[in-house]
Design a protein around this ligand. Structure first.
Ligand SMILES: [Zn+2]
Length: 381
């Protein structure tokens, strides 16, 4: 196979679409019942697995060989299980199996029982046309079409694989439609390159013109309001009616802040992925960084990880590149003009001034260095 045809080889990719759904009273009842059945079956199977675990925990090989219970075996004793979508129950089994294999490989702790406070959701799969996208609604197994606000088209070459229906803490319903499609990656010639320096207060500073991506003011305000309401919640007696009212208020604000943040991160990543052929960033270890610098939650909440994920796939879809350079690279201490590296640079120094006479905003200087390092890696400088 020639290089060209190998590059053009098609491969499958997944993309999920998330829409708000508006169940009727009856439908809502059915959804809540399904969530309950999924939780019930999950907990039943887990209880059986717990027994097996107690019995064989000293013999891992034997433990792994223990057969998983299936949801079907509970249907005779608990007839209400037959009323809901059986695929939802089958997926509960899959989820439990995944939870156990993650536990066995050391990735997670031992699986826990689901409570009413757990995330309320269920997943169903496309099988013999049981799921249909209609105009303004979606048809799911065992249900009349559910009203759906479909704010974007699902391209016709995308095939539906599964749907996950969930209820938020504030009682809103959403559906995530997982699709699969054939993706042909292409390589785009790199002409426009940009370097980004992560910043604590905003999101990043660009190497080109020192443009800053700062969170909009309304987002900051919502965030402050959330912190304030959270403080009020912590002072109320847990479980009281005032506490419950405040909890819902906090959950609503949480949702609002999370949506605004996502929206902002999507917009910023779109802008960059459309304008540039290659984006260079530093590999930041967020957890280590927030611990080391005692910035607490703010670093992780700033959304850098989410942003780089969005940016990565938006670039890749266009045959463009995201280059991550190692974090030991002295992007802040290096003069982007003469290459001199300072022995020390405190966080308080917001301006970079070099012996050579070069003076620049600290983050902008770092962004230019990051860009230059990326250019070196791809052989453009
Ligand atoms: Zn210099």
């Amino acid at each position: 196979m020639s290089k060209k045809s190998r590059a053009a080889k098609e491969y499958r990719k997944n993309k999920a679409y998330r829409f708000r759904i508006y169940p009727t009273k009856d439908q809502e009842e059915f959804l809540i019942k399904t969530f309950g059945c999924v939780r019930f079956v999950y907990n039943k199977m887990l209880a059986e697995r717990n027994d097996a675990y107690e019995q064989f925990k000293d013999n891992k090989a034997l433990l792994r060989k223990q057969k998983f219970p299936t949801p079907a075996k509970y249907k005779a004793a608990f007839e209400f299980l037959t009323e809901v979508d059986s695929l939802a129950l089958a997926n509960a089994q899959m989820n439990l199996q995944t939870a156990f294999s993650n536990f066995f490989s050391g990735k997670t702790k031992y699986p826990k029982f689901k409570t009413r406070r757990s995330r309320q959701s269920y997943t169903t799969n496309l099988l013999n046309g049981n799921i249909k996208l209609l105009d303004g609604s979606i048809k799911l197994p065992k249900m009349k079409p559910l009203r759906m606000k479909q704010h974007r088209e699902i391209p016709s070459h995308h095939v539906i694989k599964s749907c996950t229906i969930s209820r938020s803490a504030t009682g809103k319903y959403h559906i995530s439609i997982l699709t699969e499609y054939e993706h042909t990656p292409m390589k785009k010639e790199i002409k426009q390159v940009v370097g980004l320096d992560f910043t604590m207060n905003g999101l990043f500073v660009e190497s080109e013109k020192g443009k800053k991506a700062n969170y909009p003011r309304f987002y900051r305000r919502a965030e402050e309001k959330l912190a304030k309401e959270q403080r009020i919640l912590s002072k109320k007696a847990k479980g009281s009616s005032r506490w419950e009212k405040q909890r819902i208020k906090v959950a609503r604000l949480h949702e609002k802040v999370a949506n605004q943040r996502k929206d902002f991160l999507h917009k910023q990543s779109w802008r960059l992925a459309n304008r540039y052929d290659c984006v260079v960033i530093e590999d930041l270890n967020m957890k280590g960084m927030s611990q080391a610098l005692r910035f607490g939650k703010s670093v992780a909440d700033n959304g850098w990880g989410m942003f780089t994920t969005y940016l990565g796939y938006k670039l890749e879809n266009q045959g463009k590149r995201l280059i991550t350079i190692e974090k030991w690279f002295p992007s802040s201490k290096t003069c982007s003009d003469c290459g001199h590296v300072k022995a020390a640079l405190s966080l308080a120094e917001r301006t970079y001034s070099c012996e050579c006479g070069f003076v620049s905003d600290r983050d902008w200087n770092a962004a230019i260095n990051i860009k230059n390092e990326g250019m070196l890696i791809i052989g453009l400088s």
